[in-house]
Design a protein around this ligand. Structure first.
Ligand SMILES: [Zn+2]
Length: 72
């Protein structure tokens, strides 16, 4: 759906910034979960150790994302 513009909140329901611990170094990172990307895998680099991290957005917004190191 299109929300248009002019809303006071920049965050739509179901979209959140998640804080998680890097599986490699344990440092906290933040990732923005787009509601359109639920159920998909997002890869980002840890801001501390720069290793690639896979974040699996849960289909259920009540569940936390599944975080794992891309490097196996
Ligand atoms: Zn790290």
């Amino acid at each position: 759906m299109k929300a248009g513009s002019g809303g006071e909140s920049m965050t739509e329901p179901g979209s959140e910034d998640w804080t998680f611990a890097c599986p490699c170094c344990g440092e906290p990172n933040e990732v923005f979960i787009d509601p359109d990307e639920r159920g998909q895998v997002v890869v980002m680099d840890c801001r501390v150790c720069c290793r690639p991290i896979e974040i699996v957005s849960p289909l259920d917004p009540n569940l936390p994302p599944d975080v794992r190191a891309e490097d196996q």
